[in-house]
Design a protein around this ligand. Sequence first.
Ligand SMILES: [Zn+2]
Length: 526
Amino acid sequence: MRPFPILALAAFAVAPSALLAQSNPTNDSVVAKIYDEGMHHSQAPRLAQVLMDSIGPRLTGSAANRAANDWLLRTYKAWGIDAKNEQYGTWRDWTRGVSGLSLISPRTRVLEATMHAWSATTPVGGVTADVVVPPPASEVGDSAGFARWLAGVKGKLVLISVPQVSCRPDSDIKFWADSAVYAHARAERDSVARDWQARFAAAHVNPRTFPQMLERAGAAGVLSNTWSRGWGVDKIQSARASTIPSFDVSCEDYSLLARLAEHGQHPRVHAVAEATVAPKESPVFNTVAQIRGTEKPSEYVMLSAHLDSWDTGSGATDNGTGTITMLEAMRILKLSYPHPKRTILVGHWSGEEEGDIGSNAFAADHPEVLKGLQVLFNQDNGTGEIDTVQTNGFVNAAPALARWMSAMPLDLLKNVTLMTPGVAHNESTDSDAFDCRNAPGIFLTSSDWSYTDYTWHTQRDTYDKVNFDEVERNATMIAEFAYEASEDPNMIARTPRVPGVGRRGGAAGVPACDQAPRSWATATRR
Ligand SMILES: [Zn+2]
């Protein structure tokens, strides 16, 4: 998911103490059983270690994505829970091989670099090439000058991102520097960014389509950097070019290459990019499991988290933690509440990172689930304790949620805020696929735990970043939510929030449902 902008959270917040003041102490044995199983007998660390370390990152369409589907299936079956892998389409089937960049001149250094997902490969043995940088506007002059420069990139590795003056986070500079030094450091960053943009503006070149120009010009590959503004972290997603290799180079090493090239010190790099690509697209699946309802089997309480991830790190907090949370919640429920009134269903989606594709496909393919949906709980922003229950614009959802929360043990909820009425989101995470179809998808937001800067889509999104005390509490809370939602005699009313008014009149702030592309070939965004 993308972190929500602060504005999207603008809503009325109910303090948990206000909720709990209305609650009656419960001696409900199921509540107590769920709590005991989740908090004292958690399987989350063991499950997460297999998913994150052994299966690893789960790029949509890859063999690892399917291995994760199969592992979930086996795990559910071992617990006596019905599960299936439901194919919703096909996707490019790419698996990372060995890759790396080494500076070989003017000195030797192994560079910290990660091949982008779906990158093209180098010839066997790799390539050794000069590294070049687009020239400054003052040298290029105009588009004719740029074209002359472009003619010389054949066989070279080209830097396509702005280099950083410093890879020291601004917060660190601010901590150590006086205000004048800090202001100067910020001004230098801004000046370099403006200079970089000017190189393309002077030549009338769109930086977004620059990689394709380089492919046509015969470049050996593209090197980029998407610094995440923390120590040693980059956002690393899909390849910037389709026919030549594409690497993210860490902020420090990218900036080193840029300085060497700018100062005429002729950096030369050996690049290896190996990957296997299936000749045809392969099937992509959502894993769906259920504990069938005994009284109202065609009414559903749904748990939701995407299984796919970007192909750096291990997809630990995006969204291994959500996956493990929902898996563990189902295990707890099967042991503590094996005969629910409503059917408890879980969706482990693929294709979220490419635009909530798996969840949108499921919602489009299962009108019966949308019709009978009591509520869906989605979690997708990392390892932190759930601190906000967002009702996403369903104005009458809050009383039911407050009632359910009031029946839970206090320590599960001591830091939780119920955000109501909230707003519907668009293309942020999988609950959107349900909200846009007027089926209540609730988003459970976790406290950040440096997700935004450090783990979200970065190469540092690994098992060690998971805090299992938090994950165990989250799984227990979600199992309690599922129990209460299943038992409630009433369904949540689906009254949507009154939409905003656009600048030119008409409704605003009402997200449209995405049409899930069913193949890589028909997708517009990857
Ligand atoms: Zn995510």
